[in-house]
Design a protein around this ligand. Sequence first.
Ligand code: SF4
Length: 158
Amino acid sequence: VFTRLLVSACLLGQKVRYNGSDKRLGDRLLALWQQQGRIVPICPEVAAGLPTPRPPAEIRPSDGRIFDDTGAEVTDIFETGAQIALTVAQREGCRFALLTDGSPSCGARFIYDGSFSGTRIPGAGRTVALLRRHGIAVYTPSDIHSLSMALEREDRSA
Ligand code: SF4
């Protein structure tokens, strides 16, 4: 039995980022997991109905609300995206996720500070925070080897 894994669609080469690009991860582990049928792709922002391209958005650390760089508040739509990602993860039996760091949805180690100046701060995106509250372990591309070990352990115990 292969443990299933929720993965940011942009890591899989889908051009769903705010600027219309992807963040394809060329790691052989990802290719292997795809062959094994483990991967469940998700872009929370696109799933919530946001267009691509779209204005970049950042979380305001003082209150957790999310704004795009035109000043429009997008908190609700990001929360909708997080809910959809959780629903998909639960429906597909994913207890692990590999998500793109830095994103106001998918960031797991760092996000940007809300000033649109490229300043990183430790923190988590909306989707990651919700997945974690529901017991899903979130990894970033830099932790892919620890994720691989965790998946192997889980496969053996399933
Ligand atoms: Fe990638 Fe997540 Fe941003 Fe979608 S919301 S483009 S999956 S980082």
